[in-house]
Each structure stands twice: as C-alpha cells, then as structure tokens.
Design a protein around this ligand. Structure first.
Ligand SMILES: Cc1cn([C@H]2C[C@H](O)[C@@H](COP(=O)(O)OP(=O)(O)O[C@H]3O[C@@H](C)C(=O)[C@@H](O)[C@H]3O)O2)c(=O)[nH]c1=O
Length: 188
C-alpha cells in the first residue's frame, strides 16, 4: 500500500499493490500493519456498502458530530466516483476548502478521510458499488450534513442536477452549522 497523494497532511489517497495474472488480480484491500506504517492508526469497527444505480447520484456531504465522529476508508469495487472531502475543522487554515479524487474499479485507489472532514461523492457510472470502513458506529443522532452545492465551499461537481436523497436536498449550509471539530484540540 502506498500514498499517492496527501492533502492537508491528513487526507490520504492510497494505492494497494495489485498482483495481476492470467486469472485476474489479487489485492489486499485492508491490512492493519501496512496502514499503521502509513500513519493510519484507527481501529475500524463497521463496514458499509452502498450501491448507486445510475451516474449522477450524489451522496453527501456527510459527517458525524462530537464523540461519534468517524474516520473512513473508502473504495470502489465497481464503477467510478468523484469523491469529495471538505475541511470542517474550526480554526483550520483550510476550513471550508475542498478537494476531489477519482476512485474507480480500474484505479483501485482508496481514500482515507479522517475525523474533522465532511465527505460526499457523485457516481460517474451506472451500478456503482462503494465499500468503506468506519472507526465509530453509525449514530443517527450525530449524523450531520452540509449542502452539496454550498456556494461558500464552491465544489466543482461533474454534474449540475444530481439525484439526491430527501435528507441531502435539505442539508444546511456550512455557515449554518456548528461543526464542533476544533483544529487546535484535534490536530495541533
Ligand atoms: C450511514 C448509515 C446509514 N444507515 C441507514 C440510514 C438510512 O435509513 C439508510 C441510508 O442512509 P444515508 O441516506 O445516510 O446513506 P448515504 O447517503 O449513503 O450516507 C453515506 O454517505 C457517504 C457520503 C458517507 O460518507 C457515509 O458516511 C454515509 O453518510 O441507511 C445505517 O443503517 N447505517 C449507516 O452507517
């Protein structure tokens, strides 16, 4: 496993070693000691799988608050996504900034999204399957979001009229939420 890109020192784009032969390929999709070597020390407790039928389905921007904040390790097993991370750590010099990555079944890249960042993605293909590990259990009471098209953040999504959940249609703007993460407490 190698780091392909490191953003804000915290968000990591990873590439596993891929062993190809006449049958197909083999890769280690999760290996704790290798991740620890790269500085990812989270203890993952839940695996999630989401399936999106069509291109243009957008899920996000999501995070869990307070003591239920989650680190995530995301990968795509079929199809491709435009994956976005937003810095929501109060006091961070890059607060409100965003970054995007392409994750696909072809590049087999994985994205590590630590606590303190909102996450969302838009599907680029039909029949897109995403699997991700989280280090804190899902908690509906701490489940929070930010509007995908918040002009203060200004994400350049590859589509202008995405298919959204009812919840994501109604998410607040960043300026309306208290993201509670403190850059100083968590990252200095
Ligand atoms: C996230 C989650 C949802 N659910 C339930 C709640 C709801 O009934 C149904 C669908 O939930 P959502 O609409 O929140 O699913 P979705 O929009 O796919 O939410 C996900 O989006 C991406 C961008 C993330 O980063 C994830 O952490 C997660 O927030 O599944 C769980 O049971 N466990 C979970 O861990």
């Amino acid at each position: 496993m190698n780091i392909v890109e490191r953003v804000w020192n915290q968000v990591l784009l990873l590439e596993p070693d891929i062993h190809e032969d006449h049958r197909g390929f083999f890769l280690e999709s999760y290996r704790q000691d290798q991740l620890e070597r790269l500085g990812i020390i989270d203890y993952f407790v839940q695996d999630n799988h989401s399936y999106s039928k069509e291109p243009g389905i957008l899920r996000g921007l999501h995070y869990q608050q307070l003591e239920k904040a989650q680190s995530k390790l995301v990968r795509v097993t079929s199809g491709a996504i435009y994956d976005v991370v937003v810095d929501i750590r109060k006091g961070s010099p890059t607060y409100g900034e965003w970054v995007s990555f392409i994750l696909s079944e072809y590049n087999k890249r994985m994205l590590y999204v630590p606590k303190g960042f909102a996450h969302g993605f838009c599907t680029l293909t039909p029949n897109t399957n995403i699997v991700y590990k989280v280090d804190t259990y899902y908690s509906p009471d701490h489940d929070c979001g930010i509007k995908w098209c918040d002009p203060q953040i200004g994400i350049s999504w590859p589509i202008s009229t995405p298919i959204l959940s009812k919840k994501d249609e109604l998410q607040p703007f960043l300026a309306e939420v208290d993201t509670t993460f403190s850059y100083k407490e968590m990252y200095v």
